[in-house]
Design a protein around this ligand. Structure first.
Ligand code: ADP
Length: 344
């Protein structure tokens, strides 16, 4: 099909991009409905930034299409895509004050002085920076600069907001708060948003749609709940849930489970019992105390192959079984209903 496409919002249709021998994007397709916030998440080097830059128009795909509200924008230059990108390093204009930075887009678009000033005021209120109009970027904290960059992007009234690791330069202690603010802001503005991060907790916390990438491919997309309840692959289970992935032989040895399939179990689904028997299949390696949950990592060796496996358990700290310390022999168990199963 060419030209108009009936699907609104943002759609990537079988996009591929190579850099020399590296396939940064392989047949990448996804859809972000209008007003939704989608987050691309995956380990470093999986193609997240390339996907975002392709949507923005800074990269041209070798194959495939980018569609915005039904229009094929694959060959449209960045400034004509109605998309605003907030870069990891906010790239604010250092010689302009906050108001000047936010007014930049509307000025280029020819918005007149009076409505422009109103828009700037609205945007600064929206991001919680009212009154800081005259500061220069270097007089602001990382989190404040991030919000100026966001206000500047929104002031251009884009159809699509693109955020590249928006919290990476925000002080770690402020990240949760800033991420909640961004989510609230998204709800207030309703701009279709594509956000890129390597942080799974951030992705699950803010997204309407999570797009999980690995080695240039989309391995799964869906609501945070969908991808967590039904991870499509063992990679998704490990990456998003920190799940213990065990082949049938290890499931039998370490969880006393007879199964033909590869199984995965979330750490909070793995129960532990201290046993006296020195022939126990698992031993505790580390115990990391937490006020709510304590993480216990155990290790066992598969007799047949000599392979070492780790089993991670998150135990309710209030119900921590006695005697769980490094070196202690333990038995692990998972309720069959809690297991995720994979054909591999
Ligand atoms: P991510 O954002 O997930 O860390 P990127 O999209 O930046 O991943 O990169 C995906 C792959 O493409 C990586 O292997 C990276 O080294 C490679 N790559 C990205 N941009 C370029 C480039 N301009 N030249 C060569 N290789 C690149």
């Amino acid at each position: 099909m060419t030209g108009a496409d009936p699907i609104e919002g943002l759609r990537l249709d079988r996009v591929s991009r190579r850099f020399g021998t590296t396939a940064a994007l392989r047949d990448v397709s996804f859809h972000v409905p209008p007003c939704a916030l989608a987050v691309i998440v995956g380990p470093s080097g999986c193609g997240k930034s390339t996907a975002l830059r392709t949507v923005a128009g800074f990269e041209s795909p070798d194959a495939g299409r980018v569609l915005l509200d039904g229009l094929d924008v694959t060959r449209v230059p960045p400034e004509r895509r109605s998309a605003a990108m907030v870069f990891q390093h906010y790239a604010l204009f250092p010689n302009l004050d906050v108001a000047g930075n936010v007014a930049y887009g509307p000025r280029v678009q020819g918005v007149e002085a009076a409505p422009r000033a109103t828009l700037v005021r609205e945007m600064l209120e929206l991001v919680g920076l009212a009154g800081l109009d005259l500061r220069r970027p270097h007089e602001l904290s990382g989190g404040q600069q991030q919000r100026v960059a966001l206000a500047r992007a929104l002031a251009a009234r884009p159809k699509l907001l693109l955020l590249d690791e928006p919290l990476s330069n925000v002080d770690p202690s402020l990240r949760r708060d800033t991420r909640t603010r961004l989510r609230t802001l998204h709800e207030a503005r309703g701009v279709t948003t594509l956000w890129v991060t390597h942080d799974r907790e951030e992705a699950l916390a803010v997204a309407d749609i999570v797009i999980v990438m690995r080695a240039g491919e989309v391995v799964q997309s869906g609501s945070p709940r969908e991808v967590c309840e039904s991870p499509a692959t063992t990679f998704v289970a490990e990456f998003l849930l920190d799940a213990n992935v065990l082949p049938p032989s290890a499931a039998k040895a370490f969880l006393s489970l007879a199964t033909d399939e590869v199984v995965a179990a979330r750490p909070d689904h793995v129960g532990l019992e201290r046993i006296a028997d020195d022939s126990a299949p698992l031993r505790v390696v580390t115990v990391a105390y937490g006020p709510v949950r304590t993480e216990v990592v155990c290790e066992g060796v598969l007799a047949a192959s000599g392979e070492t496996f780790r089993v991670r358990s998150h135990v309710d700290t209030d119900a921590l079984p006695p005697g769980l310390r490094a070196g202690a022999p333990v038995r692990a168990f998972v309720r069959p209903a809690d297991l995720l199963r994979f054909r591999r």
